[in-house]
Design a protein around this ligand. Structure first.
Ligand SMILES: Cc1cc2nc3c(=O)[nH]c(=O)nc-3n(C[C@H](O)[C@H](O)[C@H](O)COP(=O)(O)O)c2cc1C
Ligand SMILES: [Fe+2]
Ligand SMILES: [Fe+2]
Length: 410
């Protein structure tokens, strides 16, 4: 019988891997799956920290039952976050362990009633409250709106484990290891962590900063989020990553995102890209909106300081996929980027005006020239595209505004 994986002599990972779901939240591709992390603490009292989505429940319950060994029951279920990817198993857990008390804050209880019609056997905690399990003791830290109103974190004092809810989480199922120090190359995992952050949590960056300030005084040895790796060796590194991302800190480099129906905007993109490369812009990523899911594009725009958007005019406005991406970025409220814009039109134009308005609403810096070409770009048009690339590099290199919001050629 499977009994989960020990973090220490009291705490066990009893989570499950989801390799069936194609799109997390029916939005974000998860080709490498995702884990729903749940932890069982065996002490004088038994506490389960967070549950899982209502998938693979047989495996989930097998792990829990294996640890309880037919002799014990669950006394408490602590809910740090009630989104159904962590609370889907709550009803079945209550049926199997009828004495189990559900622990959460006031907002957790409101949502528990709304989502699961559960209203009894509850223990409501406030910020700073503690719960003794015997040798282990839990502290509750309310960290609202990362990314739901009820989100909180639970700190286990004896082993100094912070159960942080979705914060510090990442996509990908836990295949070869569940701890950071079991993974030889963390690079690909950190990419998936950034994608999870930007897709799911990033809009609430200000609240992430507040949560980080709140846990700053805790002496954390292990960081156990509800998704992804458990950080037992480099928990400080995971905190640094989330700190940098939620401060909108970017690394040197430029992302070009474009769409093109018949190749005109694509020609412009190539001129901008060549110029960025020859001027040594640093890392350059080029994404065709029609080929690459916005999930990945969002992560790259969050990673790099420069972003260049190219769109043909479509029915007087933006190409629909670019319209979608700009709405997504606006919703995520990403700040502090330097932008360039270009595109081809047939008669009225419209895409460049909409892109310009978007950049203004985002409060990003706009680098000149804004290049709008009628039909296929000629030699002069391509020179303007190259100038856009060169100006972007100058702006990124000097750190000073360059041709910002001037429109047209400088
Ligand atoms: C469905 C459709 C709608 C379009 N609507 C407009 C429009 O409202 N105004 C305009 O100036 N051009 C419009 N165009 C023309 C395109 O903007 C023009 O063909 C442009 O060169 C396309 O760039 P691309 O080759 O990069 O796709 C439209 C084209 C298509 C196919
Ligand atoms: Fe969540
Ligand atoms: Fe989650």
């Amino acid at each position: 019988m499977s009994t989960g994986i020990p973090l220490n002599e009291n705490i066990y990972w009893t989570g499950v891997n989801d390799r069936q779901t194609g799109l997390f939240e029916e939005l974000w591709p998860i080709p490498n799956g995702i884990s729903y992390n749940s932890f069982l603490i065996l002490d004088d009292k038994v506490a389960l920290i967070d549950a899982v989505k209502d998938i693979s429940l047989d495996r989930y319950l097998e792990k829990i039952r294996g640890l309880l060994a037919g002799r014990r029951t669950i006394d408490y279920l602590i809910i740090d976050h009630i989104e159904p990817d962590h609370s889907g198993a709550v009803k079945i857990l209550r049926e199997i362990f009828p004495g189990m008390q559900i622990v959460g804050n006031k907002k957790t209880m409101d949502l528990l009633a709304a989502f699961h019609d559960i209203r009894d056997n509850l223990l409501t905690v406030s910020d700073g409250d503690t719960l003794d399990l015997g040798r282990c003791r839990l502290q509750f830290h309310i960290t609202p709106m990362v990314h739901w109103p009820e989100t909180m974190m639970t700190f286990e004092e004896r082993h100094q484990v912070l159960f942080s809810g979705d914060v510090f989480g990442g996509f990908t199922a836990l295949d070869d290891g569940i701890f950071d120090d079991e993974i030889t190359d963390l690079g690909p995992y950190e990419d998936e962590m950034l994608r999870y952050f930007t897709n799911v949590i990033g809009k609430y960056s200000v609240m992430v900063q507040k949560a980080l300030a709140k846990i700053a005084g805790l002496d954390i040895r292990m960081l156990a989020a509800t998704h992804g790796l458990i950080w037992r060796n480099r928990s400080r590194h995971a905190i640094d990553l989330y700190d940098r991302w939620s401060r909108y800190e970017a690394v040197d480099g430029v992302v070009i995102v474009y769409a093109s129906m018949y190749g005109s905007t694509e020609k412009m993109m190539e001129a901008v890209a060549r110029s960025l490369e020859s001027e040594k812009a640093g890392a350059l990523r080029v994404h065709n909106l029609a080929r690459v899911h916005a999930s990945y594009i969002l992560a790259d725009i969050w990673r790099y300081r420069g972003v260049v958007l190219g769109s043909p005019t479509y029915n007087t406005g933006l190409f629909p996929l670019m319209d979608h991406l700009t709405r997504l970025l606006e919703n995520k409220m990403l700040r502090d980027r330097v932008a360039g814009i270009f595109g081809s039109c047939g008669w009225s134009g419209g895409a460049i005006k909409e892109l310009g308005d978007f950049v203004k609403r985002m409060k990003w810096e706009l680098v000149a020239p804004l290049v709008e070409v009628k039909g296929s770009p000629g030699a002069e048009d391509l020179k303007h595209c190259a100038l856009l690339g060169a100006n972007m590099v100058k702006r990124l290199r000097t750190g000073k505004p360059w041709g910002v919001n001037t429109g047209g050629l400088p």
